[in-house]
Design a protein around this ligand. Sequence first.
Ligand SMILES: NC(=O)c1ccc[n+]([C@@H]2O[C@H](COP(=O)([O-])OP(=O)(O)OC[C@H]3O[C@@H](n4cnc5c(N)ncnc54)[C@H](OP(=O)(O)O)[C@@H]3O)[C@@H](O)[C@H]2O)c1
Length: 218
Amino acid sequence: MTKNSGIIVTLKAAATLDGKIATATGCSKWITGEAARQKGHELRNENDAILVGINTVLTDDPELTVRGIQEGSSPVRIVLDSKARIPEQSRVFKQDGVPVVIVTGSHAPLRIWPELADLTILTAPTRTPDILWVLSEISKLGLKSLLVEGGSLIHASFIKSNTVDQLVLFLAPKVIGGQKALSWCGNLGVDSVDDAPQMEISSVTALGEDWMISAIIK
Ligand SMILES: NC(=O)c1ccc[n+]([C@@H]2O[C@H](COP(=O)([O-])OP(=O)(O)OC[C@H]3O[C@@H](n4cnc5c(N)ncnc54)[C@H](OP(=O)(O)O)[C@@H]3O)[C@@H](O)[C@H]2O)c1
């Protein structure tokens, strides 16, 4: 059973024990060890698409490909980028035949896009793409499963929109600390603990020195 447009949404993050996904300067490599990172590639391989926010592309310049899996295939790469800021040389535009979808907002400036055979630009009817709208549009592309890979603001938007079917949190035995380092989930506007979204943990698995917690949101 899925919550949205027939797409199963899995939210994945690699965090320290205090829930941080990056330092205050934006450094996130590497929070977890080899085994957890390999599991992350397996998750990518199991999904039709991976989605990240523009800040993650600007900070990390991820390839968003599947690596280390024989005959693994890379999922469609999706970036939410309201203002069409994504640099042309970003690794997601790598010429490897994997489709790329950039979702911009209604007020994005006109720009010249990279010449990529399989590049789709979706323009949302709102300044910032709404998550339900995004899921509805990408389901029209035939996508049935989506791995949401950050960052903090994107995770918060997905949780707020109540579209997450499964949470996979990799926890490393490290502490980054501080008020400025991002947690895996941004502001949800929760004032009372009673109002916090409730999760139900379905499994806890050791992966090398890290832990993988799988949960569903009640
Ligand atoms: N450890 C991990 O698992 C992991 C994974 C990924 C990222 N990270 C880290 O996370 C940090 C980036 O996270 P972040 O929270 O700053 O940014 P982010 O979530 O990567 O991107 C947020 C940006 O996406 C755009 N956006 C478009 N539609 C949106 C929507 N519906 N909801 C929310 N944002 C939307 C907005 O920019 P516009 O208004 O310009 O569109 C927004 O500022 C980096 O330091 C990166 O290293 C860590």
